[in-house]
Design a binder for this molecule. Structure first.
Ligand SMILES: *Cc1c(COP(=O)(O)O)cnc(C)c1O
Length: 371
């Protein structure tokens, strides 16, 4: 029996009744774009995040692009972010015509912090884009401290951090706006693509809504040139049916993380944990660092334990970003992390017994890799 990284089928079976009813409701209403399912989900998700507004959009990538565009970021401007993330963080910067400027991550958390941020800010810097990777939140206080002094808006990539919090504030509610992805494997996942913008800036919310709906203010008035990026009603209904379960799912992820952490704490030197310990993370991934990563991973796979690597190549070394002219050594912390990170199975449907099996297999894999 293999233990997968994540089992979406098991999650569906656990809330099949609610999901099936939500889908049937949309089919019966035949309202496939907009309508009550979307309005209700937007209201519920805004409340859950602690913002006054939530706008459903087509994807997490679109959510970031729409925020940047609504902030007026465009050609000639620069957005600062980190190379230790998914390409969906940086694509939106290019989508609005601005350029990407990387700074390296904190060696302990692998997240953006204020180190090197001030020095990276220039006349063209129009936004700062920290990523709450793995469901752990970047040090927003220190980032906002620097950004505030320079008058630059901070946009949160919260695509992996649904309902994570730090200092009593939820992901997406701290900067000027936050972007979420509802890609199926995220902590709150749709059955297709989807995303959301959350913000308490009413003007910004109105601009995002207009941009994502063909620039319209009324049905046949196109105020500005927008585009089509919507969260459709079926996806909104599915997400609305899942949202009441999310706190429990995140609690379950924390419990599994506790089991992993306590077993691995006496493995110092062999296994390092990647943890931000000030907030309340939601463990989109549980990430460890091991020196002999690829061998340990293979050895785990041979023992039926599936793992992931988030991410094997930092963005500045990806072919798509060759145009930035970076080379190996430019962001050493991200590069070292890419060689060492390993994501263990993390799934709210996983049992404690499965977690114990993962730990047992990891123990054997580590021993095999030493000998
Ligand atoms: C998933 C993800 C995105 C992009 O979301 P999509 O919905 O796939 O477009 C952006 N940033 C991060 C960190 C992500 O994990």
């Amino acid at each position: 029996m293999t233990i997968p990284l994540l089992d979406l089928g098991a999650q569906y079976r656990s809330c099949k009744k609610e999901i099936d009813a939500a889908i049937q409701g949309v089919l019966d209403s035949s309202q496939f774009i907009g309508g009550p399912a979307l309005a209700r989900f937007e209201e519920d998700f805004a409340r859950a995040c602690g913002t006054s507004r939530c706008l459903g959009v087509g994807s997490g990538t679109d959510a970031l692009a729409l925020i940047l565009e609504a902030l007026g970021v465009g050609p000639g401007d620069e957005v600062i972010t980190v190379p230790n993330t998914f390409a969906g963080t940086t694509e939106p910067i290019r989508m609005v015509g601005a350029s990407v400027r990387f700074i390296d991550v904190n060696p302990g958390t692998l997240l953006m912090d204020s180190e090197g941020l001030d020095a990276a800010i220039g006349a063209q810097t129009k936004a700062i884009l920290p990523v709450h990777l793995y469901g752990q939140m970047a040090d927003m206080d220190s980032i906002l401290g620097v950004a505030g002094r320079r008058g630059i808006p901070v946009v949160e990539d919260a695509a992996q951090a649904h309902l994570a919090s730090r200092g009593g504030r939820r992901a997406g509610s701290i900067g000027v706006a936050g972007a979420f992805s509802f890609y199926p494997g995220k902590n709150l996942g749709a059955y297709g693509d989807g995303g959301a913008v959350v913000t308490s800036d009413e003007d910004l919310a109105d601009r995002v809504a207009m941009l994502s709906d063909h620039g319209r203010t009324e049905k046949y008035i196109h105020q500005i040139q927008g585009r089509n990026s919507r969260l459709d009603s079926l996806q909104a209904a599915i997400l609305g049916a899942k949202l009441p379960f999310l706190e429990d799912w995140n609690r379950r992820r924390r419990r599994l993380a506790d089991l992993y952490r306590s077993a691995l704490s006496d493995r110092k030197g062999q296994v390092e944990l990647v943890e931000e310990d000030e907030g309340s993370p939601v463990y989109h991934q549980f990430v460890i660092r091991v020196r002999d990563r690829d061998r340990v991973r293979e050895s785990l796979a041979s023992r039926g334990v599936m793992t992931g690597i988030h991410y094997p190549i930092p963005l500045h070394l990806q072919p798509a970003y060759r145009y930035l002219g970076h080379k190996e050594g430019d962001f050493p912390v991200s590069e070292q992390a890419a060689r060492e990170v390993l994501s263990l199975p993390m799934d709210p449907e996983m049992t404690d017994a499965s977690a114990a099996r993962v730990l047992q297999a990891l123990d054997e894999a580590l021993r095999a890799s030493v000998s």
